[in-house]
Ligand binder design. Structure first.
Ligand SMILES: [Zn+2]
Length: 45
């Protein structure tokens, strides 16, 4: 399961969590990146 990191607070967020609500449950940030890959911004629709 892919895990993203919040671009703002750096908390790890599961892919499943983003499917239900596309925002960081900790700070509400909507920009994430995959820790093991190049930084990639993901915007909410
Ligand atoms: Zn956050």
């Amino acid at each position: 399961m892919p895990v993203y990191k919040c671009f703002s607070c750096g908390k790890e967020i599961s892919d499943k969590a983003l499917k239900t609500r596309f925002s960081c449950p900790y700070c509400g940030c909507k920009i994430f990146f995959k820790p093991r890959k190049t930084v990639k911004r993901v915007k909410a629709v």
